[in-house]
Design a protein. Structure first.
Ligand code: CP
Length: 284
């Protein structure tokens, strides 16, 4: 998609309508999907604030999906409820793209994460990847762990405080295909990593705000870490960040997170083209 001339791209979703339903806040996912739709010549309907919709009057998600699937060719949806995207897919007459369902999964983020890693390292097989921060509620790291298990010889370091460890059932699902090391000691494993995938401690997911206060500053990455990391070490982050990556790192060669976010556009263009594009096969 990156190489395709703009005029050619504009024809791919011509006449197609994409519904963008964001029941939860978003900057990157919503805007990169909407930019991708426009780049492909499609039209967008939807909302970014569900308090302006009939959900406010008590309409169920299933009824909303039944309706919207009659208005659009495909639905991109973000919702705070885990499993909501799967439920919507069972009801909808049109394909559903999960733009994040609560603390469960964020699969399109994973596609752009994989693309970013592949572009930077030329491969994914055999890399050592750290996941840092909120691994319990972090939907991006859940989806990424499942995806990395599809590659060969990936080593995964899971670094989190006790309260925010990766759910056991995910580890069970992926451990056959990944070499996994769980720890709370970041410094010990940093020198071994090719990529550190940092995440925000998500205040909004904690049932008890006192628990959030205990862990909110547990990992803050500063420039000094680069003294002990590999030469081509990269930091990724799905963003938004709060304080877990200090601004000082932004201008270093390790900062991959803004490039990562930018990759959301071509990756989402590709996904939409494959699902509802005018041509079955996108020519490169
Ligand atoms: N990475 C991501 O999902 O960002 P947004 O919440 O801004 O969409």
């Amino acid at each position: 998609m990156e190489k395709m001339p703009a005029a050619k791209k504009q024809k791919i979703l011509m006449g197609r309508v994409v519904a963008s339903l964001f029941f939860e806040p978003s900057t990157r996912t919503r805007l990169s999907f909407e930019a991708a739709i426009q780049n492909l010549g499609g039209r967008v309907i939807g909302f970014s604030d569900s308090s302006t919709t009939s959900a406010k009057k008590g309409e169920t998600l299933s009824d909303s999906i039944r309706m919207v699937s009659r208005y659009a060719d495909i639905i991109v949806m973000r919702h705070p409820l885990e499993g909501s995207a799967r439920m919507a897919a069972e009801i909808s007459q049109k394909p559903i793209i999960n733009g994040g369902d609560g603390a469960n999964q964020h699969p399109t983020q994973t596609l752009l994460d994989l693309y970013t890693i592949k572009k930077k390292f030329g491969k994914i097989d055999g890399l050592s990847i750290g996941m840092l921060g909120d691994l319990k509620y972090g939907r991006t790291v859940h989806s990424l762990a499942y995806a990395l298990a599809k590659f060969e010889g990936v080593k995964l370091y899971l670094i989190a405080p006790e309260q925010l460890k990766m759910p056991k059932e995910i580890i069970e699902d992926v451990k056959k295909n990944l070499k996994i090391e769980e720890t709370s000691n970041l410094e010990k494993f940093l020198p071994k990593m090719d990529v550190l995938y940092a995440t925000r401690i998500q205040k909004e997911r904690f049932p008890d705000s006192m628990e959030y206060e205990k862990v909110k500053n547990v990992y803050i990455l500063k420039e000094e870490i680069l003294k002990i990391t590999k030469k081509n070490f990269q930091i990724m982050h799905p963003l938004p960040r709060v304080n877990e990556i200090s601004d000082g790192l932004d201008k270093t060669s390790a900062a991959l997170y803004f490039e990562q976010a930018a990759n959301g556009i071509p990756v989402r263009e590709a996904l939409l083209s494959m699902l509802i594009g005018k041509k079955k096969k996108v020519e490169m």
